[in-house]
Write a protein that binds this ligand. Structure first.
Ligand code: GLN
Length: 309
């Protein structure tokens, strides 16, 4: 769109949906958490929430899905909002280049995970948020409720139990981190609260609204300040370099926006100063990113010409 003209958001979302449709049949729904395997691989939704308060959507944009690792964006934001920079003593901010549930780097790095968006790093973030609030998952849930305006948004207990029942890798990560003295709370508590925030069910609409503070340089829906503009910039930077697992480079190449994906098939992406987007389709590529959501975001930024570059 020409500068100064109101962009045709519905048309851009339509273009994105068409690109998502062309991926039909590609990818596979996550099944390592059995409760996620029942998701409809053909579902697709996308929402856009502008900094001025407009919300647009297409497809199944109001249907709740399991947010999974998208929750890691919000747990990090809340830890930074509560405690500032201290978190960076316990977790790094370099891309890992390894799968999101990998154990291999922890040993060499003395129990300090590479970044807050791989599982190991998110466990440390959950631990600190637990210390700060007494209920890390409740803090994430309440933030999502407030930003989306949906008071019923909550953890899906069936998904949380399914994760806990198949959580050997996460338990191994947590115990290893604890062995290095990098957890403040009992391993069982950290895992329980981590599963509870990953298992929150929310829609594209909810997540676009909840991610909007990153497009508004730290301002929440009610106009209050969650964090400084500098902190929001830093989160966007870590999202860009680490938000799409070991495909963060490919995601930057195709979409050109900071973003966070989850194995429920959702991806939240930020257009700083303009809008937050959320696209969702349950079928995942080999590293765990939604095939349809990446295609939709790629088409959206290509058609609009918007990226952080
Ligand atoms: N809860 C999931 C896990 O711990 C989150 C993974 C993801 O979305 N990448 O494995």
């Amino acid at each position: 769109p020409a500068p100064g003209l109101t962009p045709d958001y519905p048309e851009l979302l339509h273009t994105a949906r068409e690109a998502a449709r062309e991926t039909a049949g590609q990818g596979r729904v996550a099944d390592y958490i059995p409760a996620l395997a029942t998701a409809d691989p053909d579902a697709f939704g996308m929402a856009l929430a502008t900094v001025d308060g407009e919300v647009y959507g297409v497809g199944d944009w109001e249907q709740p899905f399991s947010i999974q690792s998208v929750s890691k964006l919000f747990s990090l934001a809340l830890v930074l909002a509560h405690g500032g920079d201290r978190i960076w003593r316990g977790v790094g901010r370099e891309p890992s280049g390894n799968p999101f549930n990998s154990l291999v780097q922890l040993e060499n790095e003395h129990g300090i995970p590479r970044n807050p968006f791989i599982n190991a790093g998110a466990l440390v973030v959950t631990d600190r948020l637990q210390s700060m609030t007494g209920d890390a998952a409740g803090a994430v849930r309440d933030f999502l409720r407030q930003e989306s305006g949906d008071p019923l948004l909550d953890t899906d207990p069936v998904v949380a139990a399914s994760e806990a029942g198949h959580g050997h890798r996460n338990a191994a990560l947590a115990h290893f981190i604890a062995a290095h003295g990098n957890l403040e709370n009992p391993v069982e508590t950290v895992l329980d609260r981590y599963y509870a925030h990953c298992s929150i069910a929310a829609s594209c609409r909810d997540l676009a609204l909840a991610g909007r503070f990153l497009a508004r340089h730290g301002l929440r829906a009610d106009g209050s300040r969650l964090m400084t503009g500098s902190e929001a910039k830093r989160i966007n930077a870590v999202l860009l370099t680490c938000g799409a697992y070991d495909a963060a480079g490919e995601f930057a190449f195709r979409v050109g926006l900071p973003g966070k994906s989850g194995v429920g098939g959702g991806i939240v992406a930020i257009l700083p100063g303009r809008a937050a987007l959320c696209a969702w389709g349950p079928a995942l590529d080999a590293v765990g990113n939604s095939v349809a959501a990446v295609a939709a975001l790629d088409a959206f930024t290509t058609a609009s010409g918007w990226s952080v570059f």
